[in-house]
Design a protein around this ligand. Structure first.
Ligand code: FEO
Length: 395
Protein backbone atom coordinates (compact mmCIF):
# COMPACT_ATOMS: atom_id res chain seq x y z
CA UNK A 1 0.00 0.00 0.00
CA UNK A 2 1.54 3.23 -1.19
CA UNK A 3 1.07 6.85 -0.27
CA UNK A 4 -0.45 9.09 -2.95
CA UNK A 5 1.31 12.34 -3.77
CA UNK A 6 -0.78 15.48 -3.26
CA UNK A 7 2.08 17.93 -3.85
CA UNK A 8 5.87 17.67 -3.55
CA UNK A 9 6.42 16.32 -0.02
CA UNK A 10 2.72 16.21 0.79
CA UNK A 11 1.19 12.73 0.78
CA UNK A 12 -2.22 11.13 1.25
CA UNK A 13 -1.66 8.24 3.66
CA UNK A 14 -5.26 7.41 4.62
CA UNK A 15 -7.33 4.25 4.38
CA UNK A 16 -10.22 3.10 2.17
CA UNK A 17 -13.12 1.38 3.94
CA UNK A 18 -14.51 -0.40 0.88
CA UNK A 19 -16.97 -2.62 2.74
CA UNK A 20 -18.55 0.01 4.99
CA UNK A 21 -22.27 0.11 4.24
CA UNK A 22 -23.61 2.06 7.21
CA UNK A 23 -22.02 4.94 9.10
CA UNK A 24 -24.28 5.60 12.11
CA UNK A 25 -27.38 5.22 9.93
CA UNK A 26 -25.83 7.02 6.94
CA UNK A 27 -25.96 4.56 4.01
CA UNK A 28 -22.56 4.24 2.33
CA UNK A 29 -23.18 2.05 -0.75
CA UNK A 30 -19.58 2.36 -1.97
CA UNK A 31 -17.90 2.64 1.46
CA UNK A 32 -15.90 5.59 2.78
CA UNK A 33 -12.36 6.82 3.16
CA UNK A 34 -10.51 8.22 6.17
CA UNK A 35 -7.96 10.67 4.86
CA UNK A 36 -4.69 11.29 6.70
CA UNK A 37 -1.91 13.47 5.30
CA UNK A 38 1.86 13.35 5.75
CA UNK A 39 3.90 16.52 5.20
CA UNK A 40 7.66 16.17 4.90
CA UNK A 41 9.71 19.28 5.62
CA UNK A 42 12.59 19.78 8.09
CA UNK A 43 10.07 18.14 10.41
CA UNK A 44 7.54 15.50 9.42
CA UNK A 45 3.91 16.14 10.35
CA UNK A 46 0.95 13.75 10.17
CA UNK A 47 -2.51 15.29 9.99
CA UNK A 48 -5.21 12.99 11.40
CA UNK A 49 -5.27 9.20 11.41
CA UNK A 50 -7.87 6.57 10.43
CA UNK A 51 -10.44 4.26 12.03
CA UNK A 52 -8.64 1.81 14.32
CA UNK A 53 -9.31 -1.41 12.30
CA UNK A 54 -7.52 0.21 9.34
CA UNK A 55 -4.42 1.35 11.24
CA UNK A 56 -2.12 -1.06 9.37
CA UNK A 57 -3.16 0.55 6.09
CA UNK A 58 -2.18 3.95 7.50
CA UNK A 59 1.16 2.68 8.80
CA UNK A 60 2.01 0.96 5.50
CA UNK A 61 1.27 4.11 3.52
CA UNK A 62 3.37 6.22 5.89
CA UNK A 63 6.17 3.64 5.64
CA UNK A 64 6.15 3.96 1.84
CA UNK A 65 7.43 7.54 2.36
CA UNK A 66 9.33 7.57 5.66
CA UNK A 67 9.84 5.33 8.66
CA UNK A 68 6.94 6.15 11.05
CA UNK A 69 9.41 6.78 13.91
CA UNK A 70 10.60 9.86 11.99
CA UNK A 71 7.25 11.63 12.46
CA UNK A 72 7.78 14.77 14.58
CA UNK A 73 4.22 16.10 14.86
CA UNK A 74 0.80 14.46 14.85
CA UNK A 75 -2.11 16.86 14.50
CA UNK A 76 -5.52 15.62 15.63
CA UNK A 77 -8.07 17.91 13.98
CA UNK A 78 -11.01 15.96 15.41
CA UNK A 79 -11.63 13.53 18.28
CA UNK A 80 -14.18 11.34 16.48
CA UNK A 81 -12.76 7.85 16.15
CA UNK A 82 -12.89 7.73 12.34
CA UNK A 83 -9.95 10.19 12.52
CA UNK A 84 -8.49 9.77 16.01
CA UNK A 85 -8.90 5.99 16.22
CA UNK A 86 -5.30 5.15 15.30
CA UNK A 87 -3.57 7.80 17.42
CA UNK A 88 -2.44 5.11 19.87
CA UNK A 89 -0.94 3.05 17.03
CA UNK A 90 0.91 6.15 15.80
CA UNK A 91 2.09 6.89 19.34
CA UNK A 92 3.60 3.40 19.50
CA UNK A 93 5.17 3.70 16.04
CA UNK A 94 6.42 7.30 16.46
CA UNK A 95 7.54 7.59 20.10
CA UNK A 96 9.25 10.99 19.68
CA UNK A 97 6.25 12.64 18.01
CA UNK A 98 4.55 15.65 19.59
CA UNK A 99 0.76 15.38 19.55
CA UNK A 100 -1.24 18.53 18.85
CA UNK A 101 -4.98 19.16 19.32
CA UNK A 102 -7.42 21.86 20.36
CA UNK A 103 -8.36 22.09 24.05
CA UNK A 104 -11.59 20.13 23.71
CA UNK A 105 -10.00 17.65 21.29
CA UNK A 106 -7.19 16.93 23.75
CA UNK A 107 -9.71 16.35 26.55
CA UNK A 108 -11.99 14.13 24.47
CA UNK A 109 -9.17 12.04 22.97
CA UNK A 110 -7.71 11.49 26.42
CA UNK A 111 -11.16 10.35 27.61
CA UNK A 112 -11.11 7.74 24.90
CA UNK A 113 -7.66 6.18 25.26
CA UNK A 114 -6.42 4.51 28.45
CA UNK A 115 -2.86 5.58 27.67
CA UNK A 116 -2.98 9.40 27.84
CA UNK A 117 -1.44 11.80 25.34
CA UNK A 118 0.67 14.78 26.42
CA UNK A 119 -0.96 17.14 23.94
CA UNK A 120 0.36 20.50 22.87
CA UNK A 121 -2.94 22.40 23.01
CA UNK A 122 -3.54 24.96 20.25
CA UNK A 123 -6.21 27.54 19.51
CA UNK A 124 -7.23 29.68 16.54
CA UNK A 125 -4.27 31.73 15.31
CA UNK A 126 -1.60 29.43 16.75
CA UNK A 127 0.94 28.03 14.32
CA UNK A 128 3.95 25.76 14.25
CA UNK A 129 6.93 25.92 11.88
CA UNK A 130 7.98 22.59 10.38
CA UNK A 131 10.70 24.02 8.08
CA UNK A 132 9.82 26.26 5.18
CA UNK A 133 6.22 25.40 5.86
CA UNK A 134 4.04 26.47 8.75
CA UNK A 135 0.82 24.91 9.97
CA UNK A 136 -1.90 27.19 11.32
CA UNK A 137 -4.89 26.11 13.36
CA UNK A 138 -8.49 27.29 13.15
CA UNK A 139 -10.97 26.07 15.76
CA UNK A 140 -14.32 25.17 14.17
CA UNK A 141 -16.54 24.01 17.05
CA UNK A 142 -19.53 21.85 15.99
CA UNK A 143 -18.07 21.31 12.53
CA UNK A 144 -18.64 18.53 13.28
CA UNK A 145 -18.16 18.06 17.07
CA UNK A 146 -17.30 20.61 19.79
CA UNK A 147 -13.58 19.77 19.43
CA UNK A 148 -13.29 20.12 15.64
CA UNK A 149 -10.54 22.26 14.14
CA UNK A 150 -8.89 22.78 10.77
CA UNK A 151 -5.22 22.98 9.84
CA UNK A 152 -3.99 25.33 7.12
CA UNK A 153 -0.61 25.41 5.38
CA UNK A 154 -0.21 28.86 3.74
CA UNK A 155 3.01 27.93 1.88
CA UNK A 156 1.24 25.04 0.09
CA UNK A 157 -2.13 26.87 0.07
CA UNK A 158 -3.73 23.65 1.36
CA UNK A 159 -6.58 23.56 3.84
CA UNK A 160 -7.06 20.39 5.88
CA UNK A 161 -10.65 21.00 7.10
CA UNK A 162 -11.34 17.53 8.47
CA UNK A 163 -15.08 16.67 8.05
CA UNK A 164 -16.14 19.87 6.26
CA UNK A 165 -16.19 19.46 2.44
CA UNK A 166 -15.90 15.65 2.84
CA UNK A 167 -17.89 12.88 1.21
CA UNK A 168 -18.55 9.33 2.37
CA UNK A 169 -17.45 7.49 -0.76
CA UNK A 170 -14.86 4.84 -1.50
CA UNK A 171 -13.15 5.12 -4.84
CA UNK A 172 -9.75 4.43 -6.38
CA UNK A 173 -9.65 8.14 -7.27
CA UNK A 174 -8.13 10.53 -4.76
CA UNK A 175 -8.75 13.82 -6.58
CA UNK A 176 -11.80 15.62 -7.93
CA UNK A 177 -10.33 15.87 -11.45
CA UNK A 178 -10.33 12.05 -11.57
CA UNK A 179 -14.09 11.92 -10.91
CA UNK A 180 -17.25 13.32 -12.49
CA UNK A 181 -18.28 16.57 -10.78
CA UNK A 182 -21.97 15.56 -10.60
CA UNK A 183 -21.14 12.38 -8.68
CA UNK A 184 -18.77 14.00 -6.19
CA UNK A 185 -21.03 17.02 -5.77
CA UNK A 186 -23.97 14.73 -4.90
CA UNK A 187 -21.82 12.83 -2.39
CA UNK A 188 -20.72 16.15 -0.85
CA UNK A 189 -24.37 17.28 -0.74
CA UNK A 190 -25.32 13.99 0.92
CA UNK A 191 -22.59 14.55 3.50
CA UNK A 192 -23.77 18.11 4.16
CA UNK A 193 -27.46 17.05 4.37
CA UNK A 194 -26.82 14.22 6.81
CA UNK A 195 -24.03 15.73 8.93
CA UNK A 196 -24.07 19.52 8.72
CA UNK A 197 -27.70 20.49 8.01
CA UNK A 198 -28.53 20.90 11.73
CA UNK A 199 -25.17 22.66 12.21
CA UNK A 200 -25.62 25.40 9.59
CA UNK A 201 -24.71 28.19 12.07
CA UNK A 202 -21.30 26.74 13.04
CA UNK A 203 -20.73 25.73 9.41
CA UNK A 204 -21.38 29.34 8.32
CA UNK A 205 -18.71 30.61 10.76
CA UNK A 206 -16.22 28.02 9.52
CA UNK A 207 -17.06 28.84 5.90
CA UNK A 208 -16.47 32.55 6.54
CA UNK A 209 -13.07 31.78 8.14
CA UNK A 210 -12.08 29.60 5.18
CA UNK A 211 -13.09 32.30 2.67
CA UNK A 212 -10.33 34.55 4.03
CA UNK A 213 -7.61 32.01 3.18
CA UNK A 214 -5.62 31.64 -0.01
CA UNK A 215 -6.47 28.08 -1.04
CA UNK A 216 -5.39 25.93 -3.98
CA UNK A 217 -6.35 22.57 -2.47
CA UNK A 218 -8.98 21.49 0.06
CA UNK A 219 -7.97 18.15 1.55
CA UNK A 220 -10.87 16.87 3.69
CA UNK A 221 -10.86 13.82 5.93
CA UNK A 222 -13.36 11.82 3.82
CA UNK A 223 -13.56 11.19 0.10
CA UNK A 224 -11.79 12.97 -2.73
CA UNK A 225 -9.43 15.94 -2.48
CA UNK A 226 -10.59 19.18 -4.12
CA UNK A 227 -7.69 20.49 -6.26
CA UNK A 228 -9.70 21.59 -9.30
CA UNK A 229 -13.15 22.41 -7.92
CA UNK A 230 -12.32 23.86 -4.50
CA UNK A 231 -14.03 27.15 -5.37
CA UNK A 232 -17.08 25.28 -6.68
CA UNK A 233 -17.50 23.23 -3.51
CA UNK A 234 -17.10 26.40 -1.45
CA UNK A 235 -19.93 27.93 -3.51
CA UNK A 236 -22.11 24.84 -3.02
CA UNK A 237 -21.54 25.01 0.75
CA UNK A 238 -22.57 28.66 0.72
CA UNK A 239 -25.92 27.67 -0.84
CA UNK A 240 -26.49 24.73 1.50
CA UNK A 241 -25.63 26.77 4.59
CA UNK A 242 -28.09 29.48 3.47
CA UNK A 243 -30.80 26.82 2.96
CA UNK A 244 -31.18 27.80 -0.70
CA UNK A 245 -33.82 25.57 -2.28
CA UNK A 246 -34.78 24.72 -5.86
CA UNK A 247 -38.21 24.50 -7.54
CA UNK A 248 -38.34 20.93 -6.46
CA UNK A 249 -40.41 18.64 -4.21
CA UNK A 250 -39.67 15.30 -2.60
CA UNK A 251 -42.41 12.66 -2.28
CA UNK A 252 -41.64 10.11 0.46
CA UNK A 253 -43.95 7.29 1.51
CA UNK A 254 -44.34 3.72 2.60
CA UNK A 255 -47.26 1.54 1.63
CA UNK A 256 -48.99 -1.67 2.82
CA UNK A 257 -51.32 -2.68 -0.03
CA UNK A 258 -50.35 0.00 -2.56
CA UNK A 259 -53.09 2.53 -1.72
CA UNK A 260 -50.69 5.13 -0.26
CA UNK A 261 -48.36 4.41 -3.17
CA UNK A 262 -51.13 5.13 -5.69
CA UNK A 263 -51.71 8.46 -3.92
CA UNK A 264 -47.96 9.22 -3.98
CA UNK A 265 -47.86 8.69 -7.77
CA UNK A 266 -50.78 11.09 -8.30
CA UNK A 267 -49.13 13.72 -6.06
CA UNK A 268 -45.90 13.39 -8.05
CA UNK A 269 -47.85 13.72 -11.33
CA UNK A 270 -49.58 16.84 -10.03
CA UNK A 271 -46.22 18.40 -9.14
CA UNK A 272 -44.71 17.48 -12.49
CA UNK A 273 -47.72 18.89 -14.38
CA UNK A 274 -46.73 22.32 -13.04
CA UNK A 275 -43.10 21.97 -14.10
CA UNK A 276 -41.73 21.38 -10.59
CA UNK A 277 -38.92 18.83 -10.30
CA UNK A 278 -39.80 15.73 -8.27
CA UNK A 279 -37.74 13.18 -6.38
CA UNK A 280 -39.81 10.13 -5.47
CA UNK A 281 -38.83 7.67 -2.72
CA UNK A 282 -40.54 4.57 -1.34
CA UNK A 283 -39.08 3.86 2.08
CA UNK A 284 -38.87 0.12 1.46
CA UNK A 285 -36.20 0.68 -1.15
CA UNK A 286 -34.43 3.91 -0.20
CA UNK A 287 -32.22 4.85 2.74
CA UNK A 288 -33.29 7.95 4.71
CA UNK A 289 -29.80 9.41 4.25
CA UNK A 290 -30.24 9.27 0.46
CA UNK A 291 -33.66 10.93 0.68
CA UNK A 292 -32.18 13.71 2.85
CA UNK A 293 -29.83 14.62 0.00
CA UNK A 294 -32.83 15.52 -2.14
CA UNK A 295 -34.68 17.24 0.71
CA UNK A 296 -31.63 19.50 1.22
CA UNK A 297 -32.26 21.29 -2.08
CA UNK A 298 -36.07 20.91 -2.33
CA UNK A 299 -38.64 23.50 -1.27
CA UNK A 300 -41.56 21.05 -0.96
CA UNK A 301 -42.04 17.76 0.87
CA UNK A 302 -45.06 15.40 0.72
CA UNK A 303 -44.84 12.51 3.17
CA UNK A 304 -47.25 9.57 3.22
CA UNK A 305 -48.03 6.64 5.47
CA UNK A 306 -50.83 4.11 5.75
CA UNK A 307 -52.37 3.69 9.20
CA UNK A 308 -51.14 0.93 11.48
CA UNK A 309 -52.78 0.76 14.92
CA UNK A 310 -53.94 4.39 14.53
CA UNK A 311 -50.38 5.53 13.89
CA UNK A 312 -47.95 5.70 10.96
CA UNK A 313 -45.87 2.72 9.83
CA UNK A 314 -42.63 2.18 11.82
CA UNK A 315 -40.59 2.83 8.65
CA UNK A 316 -42.19 6.28 8.28
CA UNK A 317 -41.84 6.96 12.00
CA UNK A 318 -38.12 6.16 11.79
CA UNK A 319 -37.77 8.47 8.81
CA UNK A 320 -39.61 11.30 10.60
CA UNK A 321 -37.34 10.87 13.62
CA UNK A 322 -34.26 11.12 11.37
CA UNK A 323 -35.70 14.17 9.59
CA UNK A 324 -36.47 15.91 12.90
CA UNK A 325 -32.89 15.53 14.07
CA UNK A 326 -31.54 17.12 10.91
CA UNK A 327 -33.72 20.24 11.35
CA UNK A 328 -34.52 21.09 7.71
CA UNK A 329 -35.25 24.80 7.35
CA UNK A 330 -37.71 26.64 5.12
CA UNK A 331 -39.65 23.65 3.76
CA UNK A 332 -43.37 23.47 2.92
CA UNK A 333 -45.59 20.45 2.36
CA UNK A 334 -48.41 18.16 3.44
CA UNK A 335 -49.08 14.61 4.62
CA UNK A 336 -51.12 11.86 3.02
CA UNK A 337 -52.02 8.21 3.47
CA UNK A 338 -54.63 5.47 3.48
CA UNK A 339 -56.41 3.62 6.27
CA UNK A 340 -58.63 0.55 6.56
CA UNK A 341 -61.16 1.73 9.15
CA UNK A 342 -60.13 4.24 11.84
CA UNK A 343 -57.46 6.58 10.47
CA UNK A 344 -54.55 8.27 12.18
CA UNK A 345 -51.46 7.54 10.07
CA UNK A 346 -51.54 10.64 7.87
CA UNK A 347 -52.51 12.88 10.81
CA UNK A 348 -49.57 11.52 12.83
CA UNK A 349 -47.24 12.30 9.91
CA UNK A 350 -48.63 15.83 9.73
CA UNK A 351 -47.94 16.36 13.45
CA UNK A 352 -44.35 15.18 12.97
CA UNK A 353 -43.94 17.46 9.97
CA UNK A 354 -45.04 20.38 12.15
CA UNK A 355 -42.44 19.35 14.73
CA UNK A 356 -39.89 19.47 11.92
CA UNK A 357 -41.05 23.08 11.35
CA UNK A 358 -42.28 22.19 7.86
CA UNK A 359 -45.02 24.66 6.97
CA UNK A 360 -48.23 22.65 6.28
CA UNK A 361 -49.85 24.17 3.20
CA UNK A 362 -52.96 21.95 2.98
CA UNK A 363 -54.90 19.40 5.07
CA UNK A 364 -53.64 15.83 4.85
CA UNK A 365 -55.07 13.77 2.01
CA UNK A 366 -56.59 10.52 3.26
CA UNK A 367 -58.17 7.48 1.69
CA UNK A 368 -60.32 4.62 3.03
CA UNK A 369 -59.17 1.26 1.66
CA UNK A 370 -58.48 1.63 -2.08
CA UNK A 371 -58.23 5.11 -3.65
CA UNK A 372 -61.22 5.81 -5.88
CA UNK A 373 -61.27 8.43 -8.62
CA UNK A 374 -62.14 11.15 -6.12
CA UNK A 375 -59.12 10.34 -3.88
CA UNK A 376 -56.79 10.10 -6.87
CA UNK A 377 -58.05 13.49 -8.09
CA UNK A 378 -57.57 15.03 -4.63
CA UNK A 379 -54.03 13.62 -4.48
CA UNK A 380 -53.19 15.01 -7.92
CA UNK A 381 -54.67 18.40 -7.02
CA UNK A 382 -52.68 18.50 -3.76
CA UNK A 383 -49.53 17.99 -5.84
CA UNK A 384 -50.63 20.81 -8.15
CA UNK A 385 -51.30 23.14 -5.17
CA UNK A 386 -47.92 22.40 -3.62
CA UNK A 387 -46.23 23.04 -6.97
CA UNK A 388 -47.98 26.39 -7.38
CA UNK A 389 -46.92 27.57 -3.91
CA UNK A 390 -43.35 26.42 -4.61
CA UNK A 391 -43.31 28.37 -7.86
CA UNK A 392 -44.73 31.46 -6.13
CA UNK A 393 -41.89 31.31 -3.62
CA UNK A 394 -39.45 31.82 -6.51
CA UNK A 395 -41.26 34.72 -8.19
FE1 FEO B 1 -15.48 12.08 10.10
FE2 FEO B 1 -16.93 13.81 12.73
O1 FEO B 1 -15.86 12.52 11.89
Amino acid sequence: MKAVKVLDNVWWVGAIDWNLRNFHGYATPTGSTYNAYLIIDEKAALIDTVKAPLKDELLKRISSVIAPEKIDYVIANHAEMDHAGSLDAIKAAAPKAKFIAGKRGAEDINRHFKSKFDFQVVKTGDKIKIGKRSLEFIETPMVHWPDSMMTYCPEDAILYPNDMFGQHMATAARFDDECKWDIVRREAAKYYANIFMPLAGPAAKAHAAVLKLNINIIAPSHGIIWRKSHKDIMAEYKKWIAGTAERKAVVVYDTMWNSTEAMAKEIADGLLSEGVKVSYFGLQNNAPSEIMTDILEAKGVAIGSPTLNNLMLPSVSGFMNYLKGLKPAGKIGFAFGSHGWAGGGAAAVEEEMKECRIEIISPCVTCKYIPDDDVLKKSYESGVSLARIIKKAFE
